[in-house]
Design a protein around this ligand. Structure first.
Ligand code: ASP
Length: 465
């Protein structure tokens, strides 16, 4: 017999069906055993006469039985399948469950993080997590669909690569073939996506995993996912308009409620003087209650800032004491181009950067990019790089910028944060299937873990500890 999904059962009264799923609860009444059975589509009551006595909660079973209308006074209006029940004819235990180490019937917020992550595969069974992860999938699908429709090409870029600066430390991977040398995991696909513009794709996107070694917070992990895109022959307004349309379409399609039909645009100066922050929250108390999303754009950021000497990555990037505020590959605004090339009045140069904020979080950032070698060189010179260091770091970009690279710009949207806000959660862990703990340990599989002496030798590594 073929499997029927639980959600279909009310339409099959009088017929025999085969259901497969998990036992949610069991109630024994003498010879009669009632269970609630759950699959991905819903929940249904099954009644076993002299049967099902040996199942335990969370056991996986296959049940063959008759779909019957419940007597009127036993109809459960809160349940989609509440008008029927399954009279069990036969059943098979597919996997008997022991007692669970963590409860999964409530929202789970009060369970400690260690247990939730150790048994994440159980934690994910709870209704709230199922909903969040499925929402993540739907939002991703809508965004991809919206970009596909606009003729973006979905292209993957390497994970083992060279450092590309986004203001964090790199995670590095030792090379077995070239001992003493290291790959860096991408902080973003920034350089590759620009090179795809040189390659003539004109519109690129990718659901891109990015890896940055920075301090962990509720709204920041080592690994995260960006909707990364880049477009050729565009100006700032073109990118902002397109991204706004894509975000609106996707958010509304998954049931999100927007505060404004059109996203307000504020300059960095306005944001700082009005809200004291460039990640502001435009929601009223009523908007918050209604679960609205208040998106806004921020533009006209300074290109450079003084290095924060407590930030190791900034000190490394900004050798002159100046570093980029957002992205070293950005193009300065036209009226500051000369100043930028001359390395003068650095503090006054504004970049073409645009950030997307929502409910007090930065959910995206991008810019029009430098596509002439002298502009990119000037950026790195301002940050105190020698010609040799520039060649070593971004020499390949300078070559590409000399062989027909079109003007281009793009953005990266923080998919995790968008899902978090849509789901009404306040931590990325609640929308990430397998997140790390606050101290950077992986869920379930305990990493980071030591490697064997043999592996270290093979990689040419000496471990001091
Ligand atoms: N690389 C991104 C960009 O498109 C920004 C980021 O990764 O945060 O500008």
């Amino acid at each position: 017999m073929k499997r029927t999904l639980i959600i279909k059962t009310p339409t099959l009264v009088g017929q025999e069906v085969k259901l497969q799923g998990w036992v949610v609860t069991k109630r024994d009444h003498g010879k009669l055993t009632f269970i609630d059975l759950r699959d991905k589509s819903g929940l249904v009551q099954c009644v076993g006469f002299g049967q099902l006595g040996d199942v335990t909660p969370e056991t996986v079973v296959a049940i063959e039985g008759l779909v019957k209308n419940r007597p009127a006074k036993l109809v459960n209006k809160d349940l989609v399948t509440g008008s029927i029940e399954i009279e069990v004819k036969k059943y098979q235990i597919l996997n008997l469950s022991k007692e669970l180490p963590i409860p999964i019937d409530a929202d789970g917020y009060d369970i400690n993080e260690e247990s939730r992550l150790k048994y994440r595969y159980l934690d994910l069974r709870r209704a709230r997590m199922q909903k969040n992860i499925r929402l993540r999938s739907s939002l991703t699908r809508e965004i991809c669909g919206s970009l596909d429709k606009r003729e973006f090409v979905n292209i993957e870029t390497p994970m083992l690569t060279k450092s590309t600066k986004e203001g964090a430390r790199d995670f590095v991977v030792p090379s077995r073939f070239q001992p003493g040398k290291f790959y860096a995991l991408p902080q973003s696909p920034q350089q590759y996506k620009q090179l795809l513009m040189t390659a003539g794709f004109e519109r690129y996107y990718q659901i891109a995993r990015c890896i940055r070694d920075e301090d962990l917070r509720a709204d920041r992990g080592f690994e995260f996912t960006q909707v990364d895109l880049e477009m050729s022959f565009v100006d700032r307004a073109d990118v902002m308009q397109l991204v706004e349309s894509v975000v609106k379409e996707a958010v509304v399609a998954v049931g999100g409620k927007l505060k404004e039909k059109n996203f307000p645009v504020l300059t960095y100066g306005e944001a700082m003087s009005k809200y004291g922050s460039d990640k502001f929250d435009l929601r009223s108390e009523a908007d918050k209650k209604a679960g609205k999303l208040a998106f806004a754009w921020v533009i006209d950021f300074p290109f450079f800032k003084k290095v924060d000497t407590k930030d190791v990555a900034e000190v490394r990037d900004g050798k002159s004491g100046w570093t980029f505020t957002h992205n070293p590959f950005s193009q300065p605004q036209d009226k500051y181009l000369e100043q930028h090339l001359a390395g003068k009045k650095i503090d006054q140069i504004l970049t073409t950067q645009y950030d997307l904020v929502c409910n007090g979080y930065e959910v995206g950032g991008g810019s029009i990019r430098a596509h002439h070698p002298e502009v990119l060189m000037a950026t790195f010179k301002t940050m105190g790089y020698t010609d040799q260091q520039i060649q070593d770091g971004v020499g390949h970009m300078l070559v590409a910028f000399g062989v027909g690279t079109p003007p281009h710009g793009g953005i990266a949207l923080g998919l995790d944060r968008l899902v978090m806000l849509l789901a009404g959660e306040t931590s990325l862990k609640e929308i990430t299937p397998f997140p790390m703990s606050s101290s950077g340990r992986t869920a379930i599989m305990d990493a980071p873990a030591p490697i064997t002496a043999e592996q270290a030798k093979e990689l040419g590594l000496k471990i001091n500890s």
